[in-house]
Design a protein around this ligand. Structure first.
Ligand SMILES: [Zn+2]
Length: 393
């Protein structure tokens, strides 16, 4: 655990960042986010570049005043969405050509441009442009992709001219241990304010994901934040914190809330289910959030089925509170040197896979077998992450 200092204040780690794709965490005012204990949020460069446009945001003084959020903010490079939302992309050493998913207009995103856009958006933490290696990928493909990512990382660092913005490098290398090592080593040599693990949670099975995390995280400097991009199930956060990861982001709490899937300490509630029609209890009787203090499952079910806006808001308040409270308790356990007990208590309380998002698994499809392709020999370490007392950005 530690504290990261930015131009807009500090945030404690391990940190969970709610996702505000379009410069808003859907349905929440910044005051409500602060009230829930969000210390840092994430916005997506790809979406904001296309609409309303980074130059327009710059004229308003950057995202902080534009969206009325005065705390730490992170933007991604835009690369991930360019690759995931567009079927027609052309990658070269200089960058990537793509068509807007909104109107089909053609655009080019290179490392210098990714930095320029993020500088205009003005987040406290910005990310290097990288190529998210597809999955599955042969070692040769992963190596070629890594070569591009490393060249872009060097060019991002050279283009980076705003010292108040921390720039993070992103480790790629597919699921190959030697490529991940090469990537981490090269990025450390270039020198970044923090390091992210990218190209994960892209369809690989959990064992592979955590073999990569366990192998890669210890290679990264302990006095710099280590950010596992896009991994956000609470049981996965627990596992990654054990390996020394400091930062997480995921759309899961907010997206699930809008779909009526609510997290609780004992598992998950699908609020539209008929069994809640007359249920007078709150979503989670042990939860202290605004929603649980004031509303029954029956009322939330009614709002959800009636397509009322308040349903989305109340569900989001609860799910974000659940995540941010989980992180507070996790940090407390680390501070009191009882993380092992915290994990045991969590696993005893939550039966098996009950927090998993069934829709998400449907989207990903069955994970292909990794046999013969897993190059990791190192056993997953279960040692407690060494606490980093202070991480200055
Ligand atoms: Zn609640």
């Amino acid at each position: 655990m530690g504290v990261c200092h930015t131009a807009h204040g500090s945030f404690q780690t391990p940190a969970f960042m709610p996702v505000g794709t379009q410069a808003t965490v859907k349905g929440m005012t910044p005051e409500e986010l602060e009230g829930l204990g969000a210390e840092i949020i994430l916005a997506n460069t790809y979406h904001l570049y296309l609409r309303p446009g980074h130059e327009r945001v710059r004229r308003f003084g950057g995202l902080h005043p534009f969206m009325h959020w005065n705390r730490p903010l992170l933007t991604d490079s835009g690369g991930f969405q360019v690759f995931s939302l567009n079927s027609l992309v052309k990658v070269s050493r200089n960058g990537v050509e793509f068509q807007s998913h909104l109107d089909g207009s053609r655009h080019f995103l290179g490392p210098e441009k990714a930095i320029e856009i993020q500088q205009a958006l003005g987040a406290d933490i910005i990310m290097c442009l990288d190529e998210c290696t597809s999955y599955p990928a042969t070692q040769e493909t992963a190596e070629q992709s890594l070569r591009i990512t490393l060249e872009w990382a060097r060019r991002c660092q050279e283009a980076h001219r705003a010292p108040e913005q921390a720039l993070f490098g992103i480790v790629q290398g597919g699921m190959y241990a030697d490529l991940r090592e090469k990537s981490a080593e090269a990025l450390i040599q270039i020198g970044f304010d923090g390091y992210a693990l990218g190209g994960l949670s892209v369809g690989e099975d959990k064992d592979t994901l955590f073999r990569v995390v366990a192998h890669t995280t210890p290679l990264l400097p302990e006095d710099r934040p280590r950010y596992l991009m896009g991994v956000g199930l609470v049981e996965d956060i627990l596992e990654a914190v054990q390996q020394g990861v400091d930062m997480f982001d995921c759309v899961l709490p907010t997206r699930n809330a809008r779909n009526g899937a609510l997290f609780a300490r004992f598992g998950k509630i699908i609020i539209k289910n008929a069994k809640y029609a007359d249920d007078p209890f709150p979503v989670d009787p042990d939860c202290s959030c605004y929603t649980c203090r004031n509303y029954s499952r029956a009322y939330l079910r009614h709002l959800f089925l009636a397509d009322e806006i308040l349903a989305l808001r109340l569900n989001t308040i609860h799910n974000l509170h659940f995540y941010l409270q989980f992180m507070r308790e996790l940090r407390q356990a680390l501070a009191e040197d009882r993380f092992g007990c915290f994990i045991d208590a969590f696993r005893a309380r939550v039966p098996g896979e009950s927090l998993r998002d069934p829709r998400e698994e449907d989207e990903l499809g069955p994970s292909p077998s990794q046999r013969g392709r897993a190059h990791f020999s190192q056993k997953q370490s279960c040692a407690l992450a060494q606490p980093n007392l202070l991480k200055n950005l």
